[in-house]
Ligand binder design. Structure first.
Ligand SMILES: NC(=O)c1ccc[n+]([C@@H]2O[C@H](COP(=O)([O-])OP(=O)(O)OC[C@H]3O[C@@H](n4cnc5c(N)ncnc54)[C@H](O)[C@@H]3O)[C@@H](O)[C@H]2O)c1
Ligand SMILES: O=P(O)(O)OC[C@@H](O)[C@@H](O)[C@H](O)[C@H](O)CO
Length: 379
């Protein structure tokens, strides 16, 4: 069986590629990073190390790579022959991998079924990828391609920080992982993927994950940076950061347990497990990585604004989410293009207009005023 995975980065190598290989797939990574692709083709294998007291490691073998910047036709040919296509490139990169996927799917043998699964931190990631792919197909081609290609949404959870090893392929990951895949939009036989959960409706799973793991993470990053910390580990040793984190997760818990009628005690256990993962002493994760792409993180359907606006609609004031949104406005990392853009908007138009542009929270609304009040306090 052949799998093609777009994005040979942290989650690609450290999670999805490893699961695919352990499930019997021969994995071809497609990436634009020449160093990674050349090394994959040279070594045909890489090492995954578990970030805990055991430091156990295993080798992912039988892998190769295609540089889609240099060889887009080879990348499309790999998609045409694949039994499964997956991606973890970041939500904003989906439009750039779509042409190759469209070309590959169009070139498949008539009726040969395949699933394309986006493994990104977003709600409806595969739906979004399908929309991007559709832009590169005529109406007739789209009807033919989508009759045999499924785009099941998925939720992926495993903390993989930025890596610093002599071998650029080596990857250190936490032992914990969760990969949930939606069956509703799947074509053909369900793939047999080790340790993966298949569910009819992904919405409760992706929202629970995004609004717990990622909202919590964002609060540690944005509030931690304000206090001069550089890593999650440093920030987690500060009681004030822990208090905001508890507050944020209590607010998203209120939203999630109501919306999905979750058992409160079980959800609390889930929250406690996530907090213990942030405290993993064997992982050093930069707050700049965790807070990266603040415009995406502040956007209306993402981890901060979405739960805050929903709670506000219920006349509940989500103080901790609002304080975290204010802290996100202050995220100022010059290597991060979205941070640069955000700071330009703030400088040119003021924080309330910048907040509205990023999140859709209307300038002059009571929520905007509270957030800007916190932002002025920070400044
Ligand atoms: N790292 C984590 O802890 C983690 C956990 C769960 C989910 N995710 C999600 O996984 C996705 C990837 O995150 P990551 O941490 O692995 O990032 P990453 O930067 O390590 O990996 C992304 C990879 O995509 C490649 N890429 C960029 N443009 C491309 C293109 N046009 N075609 C092919 N490849 C391209 C990059 O070169 C890079 O190797 C994101 O959506 C992220 O939210 C990350
Ligand atoms: O990848 P992002 O930028 O959406 O979010 C940063 C982190 O919160 C994220 O990568 C987590 O480490 C991951 O989602 C854990 O499963």
């Amino acid at each position: 069986m052949k799998a093609v995975h777009f994005g040979a980065g942290n989650i690609g190598r450290g999670f999805i590629g490893a699961i695919l290989q352990q499930s019997g797939y021969e994995v071809t990574f497609i990436d634009v990073n020449a160093e990674l692709i050349d090394r994959l083709n040279k070594d045909k294998a890489y090492e995954v190390v578990l970030a805990d007291e055991t430091k156990e490691s295993f080798t992912v073998t039988g892998v190769s790579g295609i540089n889609s910047k240099e060889h887009p036709e080879q990348a499309a040919a790999a998609v045409a022959e694949a039994d499964l296509v997956t991606a973890s490139v970041g939500p904003h990169v989906l439009p750039f991998i779509a042409p190759v996927i469209a070309k590959g799917l169009s070139a498949r043998e008539a009726g040969s079924e395949v699933n394309v699964i986006a493994c990104e931190n977003m709600i409806g990631g595969s739906d979004q990828l399908k929309k991007e792919v559709e832009k590169h197909l005529s109406e007739d081609e789209a009807a033919r391609v989508f009759a045999s290609s499924g785009f099941p949404n998925s939720a992926v959870d495993r903390i993989v920080p930025i890596q610093h090893h002599d071998n650029p392929l080596t990857i250190e990951v936490e032992r914990y992982f969760e990969w949930v895949i939606e069956t509703a939009h799947m074509k053909g036989t369900q793939p047999d993927l080790k340790g993966t959960l298949f569910v009819e409706d992904l919405v409760p799973f992706i929202e629970r994950k995004l609004l717990t793991v990622n909202t919590g993470h964002a609060s540690i990053a944005y509030n931690g940076l304000l206090k001069g910390y550089e890593t999650v580990k440093e920030a987690m040793a500060d009681q004030e950061i822990l208090d905001v984190l508890e507050g944020v997760l209590s607010e998203t818990s209120t939203f999630l347990t109501q919306k999905f009628e979750l058992d409160k005690e079980q959800h609390q256990m889930y929250v406690r497990k996530i907090i213990s993962r942030y405290k993993n002493p064997y992982i050093s994760d930069g707050l700049d990585r965790v807070g990266r792409a603040p415009l995406r993180k502040l956007s209306a359907g993402d981890r901060l604004t979405y739960p805050a606006v929903e709670l506000d609609r219920q006349q509940l004031v989500p103080v901790h989410l609002e304080k975290t949104i204010a802290a996100a406005l202050a995220f100022n990392i010059e290597e991060d293009p979205e941070s640069v853009q955000l700071q330009e908007w703030i400088a040119e138009e003021g924080p309330a207009a910048a907040l509205e542009k990023a999140s859709g929270i209307e300038s002059g609304s009571s929520m905007s005023e509270r957030i800007i009040h916190y932002y002025q306090q920070i400044k």
